[in-house]
Ligand binder design. Structure first.
Ligand code: LRH
Ligand code: MN
Ligand code: MN
Length: 385
């Protein structure tokens, strides 16, 4: 139990500010009562997730969705509510200028504008005390011949180099990849290999972000996790679930077994613990589910997968593996996965003075009723903004 307790204590999940606002698909954004009207209210909601789970102490921002005058003030506001500001997510995908790309655009003026935004995000990190800058580029092409694939890589490398040089000693750059969408023929950072190549060229402060929804169906994500941990370049997760593509559903909802397998590799590779530098972030869009409750559920799902991974009898697993006992090794892993860890997690929470059932406690708190009455006219998600 002690190892499991220590492992769970070490698990700090970062929730995304954009999950608290209204969001939707390209077909419809469904407005919900009580959604935040500004970044401060998003932080207040994120603080509720931490208050009820004890496991979500950080909140990631997305710029410009969370643009404010005074970022140090925003960080202070977060601290007053018991949370801290985490990763700064840059946004170079929602401007008319970026139709043909941002940092890989053939037009140097557009590239300059995009790179300047990334540099501005580092200024914001200085003010908020954030360690990580997360970069995801929607850049790519839709048709063969549309642009020079290799030239786009050179432009990307140049922009990344400029931003990397601006990072402080304790700051990092996370390069997120995504197979496709919105570009459908080539994407400039489509996979972990491309991301890793750029990171290796940049230096140790550049690390890969694995968004679990950004792969081809059937991709073995835990293999990628194991590889990146081996070379010290797994910077972060953007956790979510998918049935088809980048569905952004609650993590652990579509495939809890995959989440367990990923967390098993994280534990195996030293990605969880006091000296780990892996950021565990959620990147979800709650379209039809209540926002705060959806985040609480996701945090609980990650905790459950982690507790199961921590339960793996590593000595028995190694003995079975070393002796070529295929079924025995598989059984060790499945024993852990098939354990009901909910009582153990309730105990872990109660030992911290929290309710054993965070969802029930949150629902009973009346917070949703309170914000629904107080907040009128909230509509800034990210996607709609
Ligand atoms: C892109 C992405 C990226 C963005 C977020 C809103 O699909 O995963 O992380 O910043 O969605
Ligand atoms: Mn993401
Ligand atoms: Mn995504």
């Amino acid at each position: 139990m002690t190892d499991i307790t220590a492992g769970l204590d070490a698990l700090a999940i970062e929730t995304p500010s954009w999950a608290y606002g209204n969001s939707g698909t390209r077909f419809k954004v469904f407005a919900q009562a009580g959604v935040p009207r500004d970044p401060f209210e998003k932080l207040a909601d994120a603080a509720q997730v931490h208050a009820f789970t004890g496991a979500a102490p950080k909140v990631a921002l997305h710029i410009p969705w969370d643009r404010v005058e005074d970022y140090a003030g925003l960080a202070a506001y977060a601290r007053e509510r018991g949370v801290a500001l985490g990763t700064i997510n840059a946004n170079v995908f929602q401007d008319d200028d970026y139709m043909l790309g941002s940092v890989t655009n053939p037009d140097p003026r557009v590239r300059r504008k995009a790179t300047d935004h990334l540099l501005e995000c580092v200024d914001i990190m200085d003010a908020t005390g954030s360690r990580d800058l997360k970069l995801w580029f929607s850049d790519g092409t839709n048709y063969p011949g549309q642009d020079d694939i290799r030239a786009r890589q050179e432009r990307l490398a140049e922009a990344l180099q400029e931003v990397y040089a601006r990072l402080g000693d304790d700051q990092r750059m996370q390069l997120e990849y995504k197979l496709f969408e919105p570009a459908f023929y080539t994407t400039d950072v489509p996979d972990w290999g491309t991301s890793l190549l750029h990171c290796l060229a940049l230096g140790p402060k550049a690390v890969v972000c694995v968004d679990t929804g950004h792969h081809a169906p059937g991709t073995n994500i835990e293999f990628i996790v194991a590889q990146l941990l081996r070379v010290g370049r797994l910077g972060a997760f953007d956790f979510n679930s998918r049935f088809y593509a980048d569905d952004d559903l609650m993590v652990g909802s579509a495939d809890p077994f995959q989440l367990f397998r990923i967390m098993h590799e994280v534990v195996r590779g030293g990605g969880l613990g006091a000296d780990s530098e892996v950021a565990f972030m959620l990147d979800q869009c709650h379209n039809i589910e209540p926002k705060i409750q959806g985040q609480i559920r996701s945090v609980m799902n990650v905790q459950e997968a982690t507790a199961k991974a921590l339960l793996v009898d590593t000595a028995a697993l190694k003995a079975a593996q070393d002796s070529g006992d295929v079924l025995g090794a598989n059984a060790v892993l499945m024993d852990a996965y098939n354990t009901d860890v909910r009582p153990l997690l309730a105990e872990w929470r109660e030992a911290k003075g929290l309710a054993g059932d965070p969802i029930a406690a949150y629902k009973a708190s009346g917070y949703l009723e309170k914000i629904s009455a107080e907040r009128v006219g909230g509509d800034q998600a990210g996607w709609g903004a």
